[in-house]
Design a protein around this ligand. Structure first.
Ligand code: PGA
Length: 248
């Protein structure tokens, strides 16, 4: 079962995960090794990226040995689109720290050959040595990445159709639900479970029910986050509100 850490608030949770990432980067630098990070987007990881940028500016944390792979990207949005996840990463982290652009990877959701692009993304993760630490959010549908229900245990990077709940939850970023893309490219469940460690962040009462399901349901495709029960080094970083339906 995943470990649970209930923090006093989202900033404290973000600081804990940022600390783990900083440890990995510093240990890697001492050993002359790259560190491979799986990264997430959405509202939830924003305090994490703020803290990582602070560590870079105020405590000289370097990202020169980081290699990153993002979970997902909206179909049809190229990296210049203001709502693309490539742009989100540029604005919230990559342009604010010293990571080389060539070390950052976001799924290509405008490729002429989408299947080949998905295979290339998986191959790049393998070539980098696999993901050391995967950061995750969780959607109210039970999705991790954009693995909407139903998503099986053995899914890999692929095109997915977005759930209407997910499109509504992201409507504010686009101005209206009609502007939210209907599909995306996402790492699969198997890709995520391949990470050596997983840190899932969830904050607020809106996430309490799905967090409860992720822990209490047997692993099943209709609540893809339940597959994390099969990972041996997964920690849920929660605030009191998102943890409120868990029996401790
Ligand atoms: P959110 O999305 O951080 O914007 O709530 C999380 C997710 O959908 O994984």
């Amino acid at each position: 079962m995943p470990q649970v850490r209930v923090h006093s608030d989202s900033d404290a949770a973000a600081a804990a995960v940022a600390h783990d990432i900083a440890d990995l980067l510093i240990t890697g630098q001492k050993a002359g090794r790259n560190v491979v990070l799986g990264l997430a987007t959405g509202s939830t990881p924003l305090p994490l990226y703020r803290e990582l940028v602070r560590l870079h500016r105020e405590e000289s944390l370097s990202f020169r040995n980081a290699v990153t792979f993002n979970l997902d990207e909206y179909e049809g949005l190229n990296g210049d689109h203001p709502q693309s996840y490539r742009r989100y990463m540029q604005v919230n982290l990559f342009e604010l720290v010293d990571i080389p652009r060539s070390s950052t990877h976001v799924p290509d959701a405008v490729a002429a050959d989408p299947d080949a692009a998905c295979r290339a993304f998986e191959a790049a993760i393998v070539a980098a040595g696999g993901i050391d630490l995967q950061v995750l959010g969780i959607g109210r549908t039970g999705h991790i990445g954009f693995n909407e229900p139903p998503s099986g245990r053995h899914t890999r990077t692929r095109r997915v159709v977005l759930d209407e709940i997910t499109r509504r939850d992201n409507a504010a970023f686009f101005g209206s639900v009609d502007s939210v893309p209907r599909a995306a490219v996402t790492m699969g469940v198997d890709t995520i479970l391949g990470a050596r460690r997983v840190a899932l962040l969830a904050f607020g009462t809106a996430k309490a029910e799905v967090v409860r399901r992720a822990f209490t349901e047997k692993p099943n495709a209709d609540c893809p986050a339940t597959w994390l029960q099969e990972h041996s080094a997964c920690t849920y970083h929660l605030d009191p509100a998102s943890a409120s339906l868990l029996k401790t």
